[in-house]
Ligand binder design. Structure first.
Ligand SMILES: NC(=O)c1ccc[n+]([C@@H]2O[C@H](COP(=O)([O-])OP(=O)(O)OC[C@H]3O[C@@H](n4cnc5c(N)ncnc54)[C@H](OP(=O)(O)O)[C@@H]3O)[C@@H](O)[C@H]2O)c1
Length: 233
């Protein structure tokens, strides 16, 4: 199988990349840092030399870079089995107080990235008459919460994007799943004072996502909500 993952050098994206590579799924991945991509490719090569990993730097908040990355993906694989729109970032804020322009930045990175990349890749999936698109939303895309601000708005929008795409593509044999993780330990949590064992591991999300790739073609998991055992923070 062949998979595309955005934002694959850290956190949840990296955990998915390592899980997929350990299961012999070939990868095309992006992030902004070439150093991060080289380190990931070296780690995967060491772990499983049989799997191929192709990397390209891309800032997913810039539509032209996303389109160039999409073209790179299409030229890298004859067949694309899985697209994971994972890259995203979080800044806490209150809508009425957060800095001017934050909403636009959040929408560009957390929503428009998935919109533009999916539009590049969907025609290939339609030709194949199969494929799986997984959009990493958040519990912040399901409910309002304190300091959710523009992040929560962008994740609600991504949820809407994902659900509409699911409806559009179901007759083409293409599955679309939305994943809503709660707090998951990643770089964004380092230095936050939150104890690592209180929240989920990135690998918890990766394991759940891998399970989606094992279903029959007539079954789709539309939504996965994952939360820390002790609940949201
Ligand atoms: N961690 C959580 O608690 C949590 C909870 C719910 C949902 N999520 C969602 O899960 C996804 C991953 O979060 P995470 O916590 O794993 O993040 P993370 O640890 O901060 O890692 C983010 C990854 O995305 C890349 N990235 C960030 N901005 C990018 C951009 N503009 N263009 C391209 N790549 C970019 C980063 O590499 P570079 O810096 O090199 O670009 C890195 O590989 C996000 O969509 C996030 O909203 C996370």
């Amino acid at each position: 199988m062949n998979a595309i993952i955005t934002g694959a050098t850290k956190g949840i994206g990296k955990a998915i990349a390592l899980k997929f590579a350990s299961e012999n799924i070939n990868l095309v991945v992006c992030a902004r840092s070439q150093e991060g991509l080289d380190a990931l490719a070296a780690e995967i090569k060491e772990m499983n030399p049989r799997v191929s990993v192709q990397t390209k730097t891309c800032d997913v908040s810039i539509p032209q870079e996303v389109k160039d990355f999409g073209t790179f993906c299409l030229s890298s694989f004859d067949k694309i089995d899985i697209l994971i729109n994972n890259a995203g970032y979080f800044l806490p804020g209150d809508i009425h107080k957060e800095e001017e322009g934050l909403l636009e930045k959040m929408l560009n990175t957390n929503l428009m990235s998935a919109y533009h990349l999916s539009r590049c890749i969907v025609p290939q999936l339609q030709k194949q008459k199969e494929g799986l698109i997984i959009n990493i939303s958040s519990v912040a895309g399901l409910q309002a919460y304190s300091q959710g601000g523009s992040y929560s708005i962008s994740k609600f929008a991504l949820t809407g994007f994902s659900k509409n795409l699911r409806g559009e593509l179901k007759d083409d044999g293409i599955k679309v799943s939305t994943v809503y993780p709660g707090a998951t330990y990643s770089d964004s949590w380092k230095g936050s004072g939150v104890e690592e064992g209180r929240i989920m591991e990135a690998n918890d999300i990766a394991e759940s996502i891998f399970a989606l790739t094992k279903l029959s073609k007539q079954a789709v998991v539309e939504d996965i909500i994952l939360r820390p055992q002790l609940g949201d923070l």
